[in-house]
Write a protein that binds this ligand. Structure first.
Ligand SMILES: *Cc1c(COP(=O)(O)O)cnc(C)c1O
Length: 451
């Protein structure tokens, strides 16, 4: 597969080069040149595979000749060694062989090592980049801004890999206690993963990473590579679970439509979903659920895109005022807002509504929603109030609730038990450096760590 810049279709690259370069030379975002389309027959074959095999098969279309089928199969089997369940709030599991007669499920994408859906992209990307560097003997410095979950997933996915040094920038005080501990305990002394607490907001972190990549000298000096969702290597694997999950849901309930709700921030997850839909995945509509940071929902309503500074909310991984995949969505639809609206329906919720919803679902069913997933589920309820359709509704569950134990305990007034991996992180000694949000401070720090 070739990729082109969203700014100029003449600027092209192979997958491996687009992955390592992060941005196109003209500053554009890499887009797949031609998204493959699968007939229902071919889709049925993909849907009958387990998730890792389905992902590997799809990956053959999106990579290049440095990735043969055997490599991709091993890569995906290694990356996706965890469960991808679709469950009701009372624990019934969607299984095409034994469909339960419910119409709402949570697609739990948080059973990977860092308990957030970002593991799907990070683990594919980390292995793909490492495969390329083993072939070429090159080195890369990975720079990633995180509002909580990305940094953990990237750090975990790249830890201990030769030829890569990872720097994770997070906003000081802007991530949950558990997330911060997770981020700051991945790298041990002398290891290749470094956590940096930036004296600023997530937007400052993201702006800093963008500025570093815009600085030719710095990019060259450190061989910078981005692991944020500006990197097409993050977005492509996020299409895989939409293809697979939609096929499972359709196999169980062939007559129903399928509506999926995505709690969204930078819109990388939505971009993956829209790519899956373009491949022919049987998804009728996406609900794009935002918190108070809702420039995309506003855009769907009045057609005006007004990026703005982000405000902090309970669902901090979605505190994005300027979603960096917005241009990708315009590009996928050739700037046709009506086409975008026919694929996406948007709605946003404030923290009060989110907290009430978490409490209610927990009291009624015992299921504890993370604040992001709660926003997604409320999106489904509101959509159903306004549309009378017979559909299977999947809420994309983006994180395990325990990652947000501090805020959830204040909402449900109960202890939220930590799964063993998080409990272990809480006992390790954090290793973190605090920096001002300036390119100079960042550059000096990276230079001192690279030695
Ligand atoms: C990153 C993240 C989101 C937002 O995903 P985008 O791809 O940025 O839209 C939602 N929920 C959680 C838990 C996340 O970590």
């Amino acid at each position: 597969m070739k990729y082109h810049s969203h700014l100029d279709t003449q600027v092209t690259a192979e997958f491996g080069d687009a992955l390592l370069a992060s941005l196109a030379p003209d500053g554009g975002l890499w887009m797949p040149d031609k998204i493959p389309h699968f007939t229902p027959d071919k889709m049925a074959v993909l849907g009958a595979m387990d998730f890792a095999d389905c992902a590997a098969k799809l990956a053959t279309y999106f990579t290049d000749n440095r990735f043969d089928e055997t490599t991709l199969k091993a890569l995906c089997a290694d990356a996706y060694n965890f469960d991808v369940p679709m469950v009701t709030f009372v624990g019934q599991r969607l299984d095409p062989a034994m469909p339960v007669q419910a119409d709402e499920f949570v697609l739990e994408l948080f059973h990977g090592p860092t308990l957030a859906f970002k593991d799907f992209a990070a683990r594919f990307m980390g292995r793909a980049a490492s495969h390329l560097m083993k072939k070429s003997g090159e080195r890369r410095t990975i720079l990633v801004a995180t509002s909580g979950d990305t940094g953990g997933a990237i750090g975990d996915a790249f830890l201990g890999q030769d030829g890569v040094e990872v720097f994770i920038l997070f906003p000081k005080g802007g991530v949950s206690t558990v997330q911060e501990r997770q981020l700051c305990t991945i790298g041990k002394v002398g290891s290749n993963v470094h956590a940096i607490s930036i004296d600023g907001t997530f937007d400052d972190c993201q702006a800093l990473v963008k500025a570093a990549f815009a600085d030719q000298a710095m990019t060259k000096r450190f061989d910078l590579m981005s692991a944020n969702s500006i990197n097409v290597g993050r977005v492509v694997p996020q299409s895989f679970y939409y293809v697979w999950a939609s096929l499972q849901a359709k196999a169980a309930y062939p007559k129903r439509k399928l509506v999926m709700s995505i709690p969204s921030g930078n819109l990388g997850n939505l971009t993956g979903g829209l790519m899956a839909r373009a491949m022919g995945a049987p998804i009728d509509r996406f609900i794009v659920a935002n918190n108070a940071n809702d420039p995309f929902v506003d855009y769907l309503v009045d057609g005006e895109y007004r990026p703005r500074p982000s405000v902090p909310t309970l669902s901090n991984a979605m505190d994005i005022g300027r979603p960096n995949n917005f241009p990708r969505i315009l590009s996928l639809f050739g700037d046709d807002i009506d086409a975008i609206r026919s694929a996406c329906w948007g709605v946003s919720f404030d923290d009060d509504a989110t907290a009430r919803h978490i409490r209610r679902v927990y009291q009624d069913t015992g299921y504890l929603l993370c604040p992001h997933t709660a926003v997604g589920h409320m999106g489904i309820l509101t959509f159903r109030e306004r549309h009378d359709i017979d559909a299977t509704f999947l809420t994309v569950g983006t994180a395990h609730p325990a990652k947000f134990a501090d805020s959830l305990e204040g909402i449900i007034h109960k202890d939220v038990p930590l799964p063993p991996s998080l409990a272990a992180a809480m006992t390790r000694k954090p290793r973190v450096t605090t920096l001002l949000p300036t390119l100079e401070a960042l550059s000096d720090y990276i230079a001192s760590e690279l030695g």
